[in-house]
Design a binder for this molecule. Structure first.
Ligand code: NAP
Ligand code: MG
Length: 407
């Protein structure tokens, strides 16, 4: 085994729940600890620990990422009513991801991992399409109202200084109908634009933003103009990175993306991102190959797998059965965090290690050693032959073996 590599500054490690947590421990045991001298600021966000600390641990973890700049997170349970009973919780604790996102004022970008033997549903997609979703406001914080019968709906703005209100007629209803008012804020849109630009520059990938300003002349133009202003501020950085910014109408972008080779970061409004990120994810294949990164406007970063704790597999694991769960997205969460740490610390050997680990993981898959979810895609059947895939731990060990020869 090669000499251990020193990682200069700490990475915040956030542990999680269920099958994701089981894989997490193996990833560390086989792929991280043997190769790196690394100071991990460990936060256990397993649901029991969140209960014990009345969820204070989640905010502590968020503060630690803000301090150190880089975090890596395992999937965690967002408790619903059934979980409150299962874990005897004193409260239905909020989603840890929502807490982290709010504290870091972050935007989430999802990115698929490309392997030659996993064919995307769209033939032209050769490189990843990174999709960023503005996760504040619009339909998701709308005031809705079912109009019971004839009458007028108005939009009223009352200035805080007591000056003359502005009143707009939404619609004069002749019968039943429905209406809503939605909003966004300059602060939130600007943070979203900044995070998108920051991440596009970091990843040296072209940036797209799309909206529908031809219809929403004020609402979507507001977004479009803020993006353009923020891009203008970073013109020199765009040139230096050799990347471009492109604004288009959302329907045009959707048409373009189906013929595009990929290799772009596509920033979307809240509703567009909700819909399009699921389309892109399923178009690229398995959730086990989808990564996710939370980026703050000033470039602080937390990486994770896009999938959850894989409860169904965990139930089997609890019964002592082997599962074939794909750890790839979790491994890429680690490599993403390590690459960022290495860039910030100016330690190219750390970046190189992360790249060697990614390569080992991809080559393992391309060499035909795969987990069940990928066997299903390769064999194009929900029930691939049992000898066409390995169990979770065997898969991680196969990556470790390849990594050893990569270093
Ligand atoms: P999930 O954990 O993503 O799993 C849904 C299904 O997708 C699995 O049953 C499995 O399908 C497949 N899958 C997902 N990841 C896989 C992997 N790595 N390898 C192979 N197959 C994979 O979603 P869920 O079951 O809806 O949610 C479970 C828990 O996760 C919930 O408590 C939820 O709150 C939490 N969650 C957390 C996060 C997060 O922390 N970021 C995100 C989403 C959900 P098959 O069963 O068909 O094999
Ligand atoms: Mg969605």
């Amino acid at each position: 085994m090669a000499k251990k590599i020193n990682v200069k500054n700490p990475i915040v490690e956030i542990d999680g729940d269920e099958m994701a947590r089981v894989m997490w421990a193996w990833i560390k045991e086989y792929l991280i600890t043997p190769y790196l001298n690394i100071n991990l600021e460990y936060y256990d966000l397993g649901l029991l620990r969140r209960e014990e600390t009345k969820d204070a641990i989640t905010l502590d973890a968020a503060k630690s990422i803000a301090k150190h700049g880089v975090g890596v997170k395992c999937a965690t349970i967002t408790p619903d009513k059934a979980r409150v009973e299962e874990y005897k919780l004193s409260k239905q604790w909020p989603s840890p991801n929502a807490t982290l996102r709010a504290h870091l004022d972050g935007t989430i970008f999802r990115e698929p991992i490309i392997c030659k033997n996993i064919k995307p549903a769209v033939n032209s997609w050769k490189k990843p399409i990174i999709i960023g979703r503005h996760a504040y406001g619009d339909e998701y914080k709308a005031a809705e109202f079912t109009v019971p019968g004839p009458g007028t709906v108005e939009l009223v703005y009352k200035p805080a200084d007591g000056s003359q209100p502005t009143v707009l007629t939404v619609h004069e209803f002749k019968g039943k109908g429905v209406t809503m008012g939605m909003h966004n804020t300059e602060k939130s849109v600007r943070s979203f634009a900044q995070a998108s630009i920051t991440y596009a520059l970091q990843r040296k990938t072209d940036l797209w933003f799309s909206a529908k300003q031809t219809i929403l002349k004020q609402y979507d133009s507001f977004f479009m103009n803020i993006f353009q202003e923020e891009v203008n501020k970073r013109k020199a950085d765009f040139e230096k990175a050799g990347i471009t910014y492109w604004y288009t109408l959302i329907d045009d972008t959707v048409a373009q993306i189906m013929k595009h080779p990929g290799g772009v970061l596509w920033a979307t409004k809240n509703r567009d991102g909700d819909v399009m990120s699921d389309m892109i994810a399923s178009g690229f294949g398995s959730l086990g190959l989808m990564t996710s990164v939370l980026v703050s406007p000033d470039g602080k970063m937390e990486t994770e797998a896009a999938h959850g704790t894989v409860t169904r597999h965990y139930r089997q694991h609890q019964q002592g059965k082997k599962t074939s769960t794909n750890p790839t997205a979790s491994i890429f969460a680690w490599t993403g965090a390590l690459k960022r740490r290495g860039e910030l610390d100016n330690t190219p050997d750390v970046v190189k290690f992360a790249e060697a680990l990614e390569d080992a993981n991809i080559k393992t898959i391309e060499g035909g050693t795969v987990t069940g979810d990928l066997a299903r895609l390769i064999h194009d059947t929900p029930k691939p032959p049992e000898d066409s895939y390995v169990d979770t731990e065997q898969f991680i060990k196969a990556i470790a073996k390849r990594l050893e020869s990569n270093l």
